[in-house]
Design a protein around this ligand. Structure first.
Ligand SMILES: Nc1ncnc2c1ncn2[C@@H]1O[C@H](COP(=O)(O)OP(=O)(O)OP(=O)(O)O)[C@@H](O)[C@H]1O
Ligand SMILES: [Mg+2]
Length: 420
């Protein structure tokens, strides 16, 4: 149980770390992208201020003056497109790559023909009059390439980082779970020890009250209290045994003793023991069982069946019917116990497998229930690597499904058997 607890914490941690890592990678890429855009803008600003001196604005149209000097001193600027426009936005001159040959007023960035450029415009004035525009365009390929490289690096690093996180979280969760594990083991030991200590007096009280009841009956004396003591001690003994069984299942100390069994035979044997109670309550017992060979623990199957059939009997009115079926389905055995009883309210369905949970406490107490039976069914089924499900409708009935895995060879054999 604690191993799975530890794995669960570790997996949650790795899952959470993956999300954080992904978020960091995306935020990092965004910051990287923004800072590259910012430095491109800075470059455009510097070039614009330097090139401003090389533009002649005294004639009727602005022209590059002395621009070769600017270009020669800054070879890197050959990737930058420099354009001169008249006040109406007509292109007059350009140097460098053609870029987007339009005046893109108010735009910081533009994508056209699969090319993205960062843009900067400056107004050219002479004696306070607008004489044209200088527009610079810097291709953003390098920025995209660098951002892609950043993301690729983060993606390559991801498995190593997450593996590291996984190992750390497994170690840390082990350390964090140690005190809880210690407490849990102490509690289990306490329940087991208390169970052993209580079981003996409960058995003695039960045996002595039964013997007292017999003696008094022989002498023709009827004392109402004695049968009450007998049934209460019987119930107490049952609760103690159930608690001990749950503590044992929780600790995982008792591995199921698996042998090759005929499931049909086990079910028939267990049902035969219930027959007097069926007859007493006038409830019809129906069964539909396939001959299924399983490799499992006989006592566990018996325990599951006793609890489910016991419940069905307890919560079905006289005249009702209980059906037990057992079939194989997709590599699993499906054992079903269905009744036509009082049913379980929908909001109680997720709770009925919890310890000491009873839908109607007064009713269950009257029928001798303590709310441990289904918790045991669930724990026992899970110890056999199976699962248990329930469907119910109030006043119509309840159906419990217990799914158990079939061993592979057995699954093939069962399939053949079903086909023949
Ligand atoms: N077949 C059923 N029909 C209707 N209600 C059911 C049925 N099986 C279980 N329940 C409800 O689920 C509750 C829990 O069942 P569970 O078997 O755990 O406890 P219990 O039968 O009351 O006591 P215990 O099994 O410990 O003697 C029951 O109290 C009952 O309210
Ligand atoms: Mg029960």
């Amino acid at each position: 149980m604690f191993r799975s607890f530890r794995w669960q914490i570790a997996l949650w941690f790795v899952g959470l770390s993956s999300v954080i890592y992904l978020a960091l990678a995306l935020v990092g890429a965004l910051c990287f992208f923004t800072s590259l855009s910012h430095s491109m803008d800075e470059e455009l600003k510097v070039v614009a201020s330097q090139i401003g001196h090389a533009i002649d604005v005294t004639g009727d149209k602005p022209t590059f003056r002395d621009w070769l000097r600017v270009v020669e001193t800054e070879p890197a600027r050959s990737v930058m497109s420099m354009q001169l426009f008249d006040p109406d936005g007509n292109l007059l001159e350009h140097y460098g790559p053609p870029g987007i040959p339009r005046l893109l007023e108010g735009q910081e960035e533009m994508t056209e023909n699969q090319q993205t450029v960062r843009i900067r415009q400056s107004k050219l004035t002479h004696k306070g009059n607008l004489v044209g525009y200088l527009q610079l365009q810097l291709p953003a390929d390098k920025r995209s390439e660098l951002t892609r490289e950043f993301l690729a690096t983060m993606a390559i690093m991801a498995p190593f980082v997450l593996f590291g996180f996984g190992i750390c979280s497994y170690i840390v969760s082990g350390i964090a779970a140690r005190p809880i594990e210690h407490l849990f083991v102490t509690l289990q030991r306490f329940v087991a020890d208390a169970g052993h200590e209580l079981n003996t007096p409960a058995s003695i009280i039960q045996a002595r009250s039964q013997s007292l009841e017999r003696k008094l009956t022989k002498q023709g004396i009827v004392v109402d209290d004695v049968p009450v003591i007998t049934s209460a001690s019987e119930r107490m003994g049952q609760i103690v045994r159930n608690l001990m069984l749950l503590a044992e299942l929780d600790s995982g100390s008792q591995e199921p003793v698996r042998t090759t069994l005929d499931l049909q035979e086990i079910i028939n044997c267990t049902l035969a023991e219930f027959l007097p109670r069926f007859q007493e309550k006038k409830i019809a017992l129906k069964s539909s069982l396939q001959p299924i060979t399983v490799f499992t623990d006989r006592e566990s199957i018996d325990c599951i069946l006793r609890n489910l059939v016991g419940n069905a009997l307890k919560y079905t009115e006289t005249g009702g019917a209980i059906t037990v079926t057992c079939v194989t389905h997709e590599g699993e055995v499906c054992l079903t116990v269905e009744d036509t009883g009082i049913g379980i309210p929908e909001d109680s369905l997720p709770l009925i497998f919890e310890r000491f949970y009873r839908v109607d406490k007064s009713r269950s107490r009257a029928s001798g229930g303590s709310g441990l039976g289904l918790a045991i069914v669930k724990a026992v089924t899970e110890s056999l690597s199976g699962r248990v499900e329930v469907e119910s409708e109030l006043a119509k009935g309840t159906r419990f499904y217990v799914y158990l895995p079939l061993p592979r060879a057995s699954a093939v054999a069962q399939k053949l058997h079903t086909c023949l």
